[in-house]
Design a protein around this ligand. Structure first.
Ligand code: BGC
Length: 899
């Protein structure tokens, strides 16, 4: 039935619907490929998701119907001309693939969904959502790359093009790829709020283009499209832009770089301008005297800078394309996500002013200044100070991290850089005319605009401060790739760090699209022999990557576990297999004999060089032990993925490989005499336990070794970036959450509390407090895996691996002695999950929220022995086949009390 009398699109229709008495409310928060009303999709079968709400407990969907039309109007009129799914009996409310008419480039789609509850009662149709397809075929591009290879090296390029538009514009889109970074302007205004665009890729393989709706910015008559393009990660400025204007009569005109409309007379012009130096690492220099008034407005090319008359608008040249395939940027753009005021400013030397932002972060400062023309103000960014109060930039290595602004001298001037970013807490201002005020600088926090996804709080404020520190660190290192650090001359997507960072980041931010993008970056590094590289895009480290880079497969696996996403796993399956085969091919008798970094950066006394400044390779955690363990881990993951994807032969083959590696690992590294693995240190034992390769009978001995070592160190860890995660998790999973808690709550070296006690607001790269150069970042997420332990274990929010995407939630809080309450939430694709427990007056209370259309199994450990009530009534405890006991909950809010 296509006649939509039950639509809720306008209040006029509301009446017709209200008679429905379904336990479910109208679906909300419609997403297409994870995004709200995206443009530029390239997925041929976009995946649709919605959220459900209900006043009742245990509410779930029994069927859905999706309608897709080529416009909202058509959808409103009930013409689902692209797809009417009909009633589909299914409880699937996320990742439902579009199965309608094949979608062509630029196709607009509007969709709505209704669902049936468990009793077969339908809801009304949702409000419509939309998506639009991008440019799917190479032939859709008439634009060519333009630039100015004839000089001005290091300066940003300013491009512009005048064009006429007739009356009757229905829609207009700009598809733009300006590398390294670009800023798009239309008729004198910046288009949108993206910065540092496009996302960083290997431009020889893949260049991202952004899609903007510019319908509202066009006017009948004369228009100007313009762009400033900087070096970014590409190193020089090149622009490709295609502006498509669709008129009400259905005709389309295209204004394209290096191409003219038939009969059109557009000319692309280029010049230099006030951005005289721009570099991701070094900063930006802006000479405001070189501004060209109205440069991005019709007629603006006739007016030149009042200083530099030689900088004329010249005809652009066609330039060599970067080489990569043009791919739509569908992950979140980088944006200024927050503006902060500084917390203090001091003058350690005459004329030298040091601003304190109060926290380490990634971004830049906006300068407000008034003074004589040609005054030069510099801003130097740093994470720490010298004892004399001036900024210490030693640990930024070769990154100059300095912005310079030269005043035009025309009253109050406000400026922020465009094509650089810094990792900093302090900003040193020099050359400022007069005395700056606190609000001379406004601090801009800049990152991929991914949504925060989790909250965690507990009764021990130290853990809350650790959680904030980790959140800040992760949030400083999401810049279209998961960077290792935001400040020094590095900022690379390190695969080894990511192996343990993934879960922490997924609990704290919604990274479905971010990792979908980054997976492509990693696969782009893959060579014919299956090897991937240490960093993606590959600029740093080695090929082949250290075998600890399980992050490659884990991204696919966790997209499945956290978002119920099988597409990423399927798309990269061959890549994963290539990597596992490559590492397996390096093995001798199933032992991988090499590694590069292993359990990197343990406490200085545990590392090879013995001193903090130099080597960070763990001296007692053999590299081959780590590499072999990871071969087992990835072979096992691949077998699981093959199982999910229905590749039975591979599932068997890689399970067998995993089995052989496991045997070899035990043969080589199990030490019967001491009851531990390798050197019997924390890292080796925790890793073996985490992998699950320890023979059942040996588990208690290994756990005992682990606990003994922690005790011997007064409750401290001795692990590096990777095994710290496994230490916390295995202690917890083997009944020693108390020991893990003791490690987490240390304030003496080495610990997270020690970082805080020494003034850290973001995580350090080393456990030591270092102030010099070398390998010494103060904003390094790799040590932050303890945050996922907060969510997964202290709050106990997990997804059931067998029913992924948090369709079935496991709530298993580890109730440790030192804590009297924990309160956490995680926003899943079904809605917000909450776990909130408290010990009080001999009772244990757990409040749980389970989103509609999902369910939860609550494990209360020891408390299950006592009486458990919910709303005053005893609850049923399920005895499961595996011997575990749990309370099974449908959706809703619950308050369980155990006494
Ligand atoms: C990066 C680390 C990485 C390491 C591996 C460093 O330069 O900052 O995050 O783990 O290299 O060698």
């Amino acid at each position: 039935m296509k006649f939509l009398r039950w639509f809720v699109f306008s209040s006029a229709f509301v009446l017709a619907l209200s008679a429905v008495a379904a336990s479910l409310q109208t679906p909300v928060d419609l997403r297409t490929e994870y995004a709200v009303n995206p443009l530029g999709l390239e997925a041929r079968a976009p995946r649709l998701s919605w959220k459900l709400q209900s006043q009742q407990r245990g509410a779930r969907q029994s069927a859905y119907q999706i309608l897709v039309a080529s416009s909202v109007d058509q959808l409103r009129r009930g013409q689902a001309n692209l797809w009417d799914s009909g009633q589909v009996k299914s409880d699937q409310s996320i990742q439902v693939p579009y199965r309608g008419t094949a979608l062509a480039s630029r196709q607009s789609c509007a969709w709505a969904v209704r669902v049936w509850d468990a009793d077969g009662q339908p809801t009304a149709y949702s409000e419509p959502a939309t998506w639009e397809m991008g440019l799917l075929e190479a032939t859709d591009w008439t634009a060519g790359w333009i630039g100015w290879p004839a000089g001005w090296i290091g300066r940003a390029l300013y491009f512009r093009c005048d064009f006429d538009v007739k009356a009757g514009v229905k829609a207009a889109r700009v598809y733009v790829a300006g590398v390294g970074y670009h800023d798009l302007h239309l008729n004198g205004a910046k288009v949108g709020d993206h910065v540092l665009e496009p996302g960083y890729t290997d431009y020889a393989k893949r260049v991202l283009y952004a899609t903007h709706d510019v319908t509202a910015g066009l006017r009948a008559g004369k228009n100007t499209v313009a762009a400033v393009v900087g070096n970014g990660w590409y190193g020089m400025a090149k622009l490709l832009l295609q502006l498509e204007v669709t008129y009400a009569d259905g005709t389309r005109e295209t204004i394209a770089t290096n191409g003219a409309r038939p009969g059109g007379n557009e000319r692309w012009r280029v010049t230099n301008g006030p951005i005289v130096m721009n570099s991701v690492f070094d900063g930006e220099t802006y000479d405001a005297r070189l501004e060209k008034p109205a440069w991005d407005q019709p007629g603006g090319d006739a007016r030149q800078s009042n200083l530099d008359r030689s900088a004329l608008w010249l005809n652009c040249m066609p330039v060599e394309p970067p080489g990569g395939r043009l791919v739509s940027q569908t992950s979140e753009p980088i944006k200024v996500v927050d503006t902060l005021a500084c917390v203090g400013v001091v003058e350690p030397k005459p004329g030298v002013f040091v601003f304190d932002t109060g926290q380490n972060l990634a971004g830049w400062a906006e300068l407000r200044v008034a003074g004589p023309r040609a005054t030069q103000v510099s801003l130097r960014f740093a994470e720490s100070l010298y004892p004399d109060g001036t900024v210490n930039q030693e640990n930024l290595r070769a990154a100059a991290a300095t912005d310079t602004y030269i005043l035009k001298g025309e009253g109050r001037e406000t400026w922020q850089p465009r094509f650089t970013y810094h990792g900093f807490r302090y900003v040193q201002l020099e050359g400022f005319p007069g005395k700056p005020a606190l609000d001379t600088l406004a601090i801009k926090r800049v990152r991929s605009a991914v949504a925060p996804n989790g909250t965690f709080e507990c009764s021990n404020d130290l853990l809350n401060r650790i959680q904030r520190m980790i959140w800040q660190t992760e949030g400083s290192n999401l810049h279209s790739v998961p960077t290792d650090c935001p400040q020094r001359n590095e900022r690379m997507g390190w695969m080894n760090d990511l192996t343990v960072r993934l879960e922490e980041s997924l609990y704290n931010f919604d990274l479905a699209r971010f990792y979908t993008k980054f997976l492509n970056d990693v696969t782009d590094t893959q060579a014919a022999d299956g090897s991937i590289t240490d960093t993606a895009p590959f600029k740093w480290g080695k090929r082949p990557a250290d075998p600890v880079s399980a992050s490659y497969l884990l991204m696919g696996w966790f997209l499945y576990q956290y978002y119920g996403d099988t597409s990423a796993m399927a798309a990269h399956y061959n890549g994963f297999k290539g990597w596992v085969d490559f590492v397996a091919g390096q093995a001798v008798d199933h032992i991988v004999p090499y590694g590069s970094w292993g359990d990197w950066s343990p406490p200085a006394s545990e590392s090879v060089a013995g001193s903090a400044g130099a080597g960070a390779i763990a001296k007692s955690t053999p590299l081959p032990l780590m590499s072999t363990g990871y071969l087992y881990y990835t072979a096992d993951l691949l077998a699981k993925m093959a199982g999910v994807l229905g590749k039975a032969d591979d599932a068997r083959r890689y399970a067998e490989l995993a089995g052989k590696v496991r045997e070899a690992f035990n043969r080589k590294y199990w030490n019967e005499a001491v009851g531990g693995y390798g050197s019997n240190n924390q890292a080796c034992n925790a890793f073996a336990l985490f992998l699950g390769v320890v023979a059942e009978k040996n588990v208690p001995r290994v756990v005992a070794s682990l606990v003994a070592d922690v005790e011997k160190r007064g409750g401290h860890l001795s692990t590096g970036n990777l095994c710290t995660k496994y230490l916390m998790e295995t202690l917890t999973n083997h009944g020693r959450a108390d020991v893990a808690y003791r490690i987490a709550t240390q304030e003496t070296y080495p610990s997270w509390g020690f970082m805080l006690a020494n003034g850290a607001t973001t995580l350090w790269e080393r456990w030591e407090h270092l102030t010099k150069g070398g390998m010494n970042s103060h904003n390094h997420p790799m040590m932050g895996s303890v945050s996922s332990w907060f969510y997964k274990d202290l709050a106990g929010i997990q997804s059931d691996p067998a029913v992924p995407g948090f369709k079935r939630i496991v709530i298993r809080p580890r109730v440790v002695d030192g804590l009297s309450w924990v309160r956490a939430s995680y926003t899943s694709m079904y809605g917000v999950i909450r776990s909130d427990w408290r010990k009080e007056n001999g009772a244990f209370t757990l409040k749980v929220s389970v989103p509609v259309n999902s369910s939860a199994a609550v494990h209360l450990g020891g408390a299950l022995g006592g009486t458990i009530t919910e709303g005053g009534k005893p609850v049923v405890i399920a005895h499961r086949a595996d011997g575990a006991r749990s309370i099974e909950l449908g959706s809703g809010d619950y308050e369980l009390v155990a006494r």
